[in-house]
Design a protein around this ligand. Structure first.
Ligand code: NAP
Length: 421
């Protein structure tokens, strides 16, 4: 979808002049693409954003500046936590998610401190430079396999985001014991250290690969999910709460398919495993906001799943390299044609809530007081990438891959292989 301003005005039912005014006032929230002649063109996502503006300004009668702040802050979903009084520990802080989390948190929410916890000193050194020695960031060298070190790192911490993982499918298949040590034992160590340090809330990052896993990476993440959900049972008097967020492919994260296609474009041939393949599609911004939303609503034991669009791999290839020949190489071991973000057995505990699906735990003591307006999904509900209601078009994909929303990591790493993370 790529439409002109007059079509946006028709879609919203407001004059073109109003759309122009909103465009000018919210220019850091809506960035249309320009044609060669300098004309603005809008995507489905832009139109969605105009609808949000209309809701706040027209329906809720919110002053423009307040609406701007609200939207830039991620629709205020993380309101309710006074981040500048909170200390955060972020395992895997030097990874794609971790760095983006830091960028957004430092810019929008000004936390007291974010402690980065990871193994490689070079990545930490580079990150320190990239973040211009920001004093709110602290760098701890440590392995999640090392419980004692984690305990030290969590001293005085309020919130933990657990992003550290081995996430390359082939690497986990080839080094299965290592995957177990990092993704499962590491999860257990994070839970133990958080309880001992009296951390308030912990969110662990899960993946669609954990639903009906067909590879070791997915299996270790499923086990990690179960540990975090059940970890609440160990918290006792410390009151520490554990939840997970689960999402699919992150656009442009380390090892994603986009850098591979961009590199193959040069050769004139794009390789596709199977032309029927579909995947969920989430931006790093949305992944970070999901974590913050999770912190806001979690009572412990939930798995938060965002409502996100799907894409066809063929459409992505066409968006990136329409001129290229497509070579089919067949589905690889440990890969699925389509991904699922909720499983059949989870269906009976899945609720629709605030543009997310929330898989609730089945503890008898659990209150669900934050979820009064949550809507229960039908028995057997599954959220799969092929049966999604929302799809990315080729134009949407082009705008993201070649537009300003593409994270810079993609250009940094053109030679990586497909991650399947
Ligand atoms: N990328 C995706 O498409 C995607 C999709 C769904 C879910 N996820 C999940 O999101 C999380 C973050 O993914 P990402 O894309 O940011 O990964 P990433 O870019 O590969 O980063 C991984 C981070 O974890 C650290 N790490 C790895 N092993 C560690 C260990 N044993 N102890 C401490 N730190 C360790 C790495 O630093 P060092 O190597 O220096 O230790 C790095 O900071 C993962 O849990 C992943 O499963 C990712």
């Amino acid at each position: 979808m790529s439409i002109k301003i007059k079509d946006v005005s028709l879609e919203l039912g407001v004059p073109v002049s109003t759309v122009r005014y909103w465009q000018a006032m919210f220019d850091d929230y809506i960035r249309p693409i320009r044609t060669d002649g300098g004309q603005r063109r809008y995507s489905a996502q832009h139109v969605k954003r105009f609808h949000q503006i209309m809701e706040l300004v027209y329906v809720q009668k919110m002053p423009i500046e307040q609406a701007r702040q609200r939207l830039l802050k991620g629709e205020g979903e993380s309101d309710g936590i006074d981040w500048n009084k909170q200390s955060i520990l972020l395992t895997g802080g030097t990874g794609s998610f971790g760095k983006h989390f830091c960028r957004l948190m430092l810019k929008k929410y000004n936390p007291k401190v974010i402690r980065i916890y990871s193994r490689d000193e070079l990545k930490q050194h580079e990150m320190r430079i990239e973040f211009k020695d920001d004093k709110r960031l602290r760098f701890f060298i440590g392995d999640v396999r090392d419980g004692e070190r984690l305990q030290r790192a969590m001293s005085g911490i309020d919130y933990v985001v657990h992003a550290a993982a081995l996430k390359q499918v082939p690497a986990c298949e080839y080094n299965p014991f290592e995957a177990v040590k990092t993704n499962i034992h590491g999860a257990q160590n994070v839970i133990n250290a958080a309880i001992d340090a009296g951390v308030k809330k912990v969110i662990a990052l899960s993946t669609d690969k954990a639903v009906n896993p067909v590879n070791l990476y997915g299996a270790t993440k499923l086990c990690s999910d179960k540990l975090f959900v059940q970890g609440n049972a160990y918290a006792g008097a410390s009151g520490t709460r554990f939840s997970c967020v689960r999402y699919g492919n992150v656009i442009g994260s380390r090892g994603s398919v986009i850098p591979v296609f961009l590199q193959q474009k040069e050769s004139g041939t794009i390789t596709i495993t199977d032309e029927r393949m579909t995947r969920f599609w989430i931006t790093l911004d949305q992944a970070v906001e999901l974590v913050l939303k999770g912190f806001r609503y979690m009572e412990g034991g939930e798995i938060f799943v965002p409502n996100i669009p799907s894409m066809r791999l063929m459409d992505l290839a066409k968006a990136i390299a329409p001129e290229c020949e497509i070579k089919h190489i067949g589905i690889r071991e440990g890969e699925k044609l389509h991904e699922a973000l909720t499983g059949e057995d989870e269906g009976r505990n899945t609720f629709k809530f605030k543009n997310m699906y929330v898989i609730m735990p089945s503890y008898s003591w659990w209150q669900r007081k934050n979820y009064v307006d949550a809507v229960k999904m039908a028995e057997g509900f599954v959220y799969t990438s092929d049966a999604n209601e929302e799809w990315m078009t080729i134009e949407d994909l082009q705008q993201i891959v070649f537009g300003p929303e593409m994270p810079s990591e993609v250009e940094d790493q053109p030679s990586r292989l497909i991650a399947n993370s």
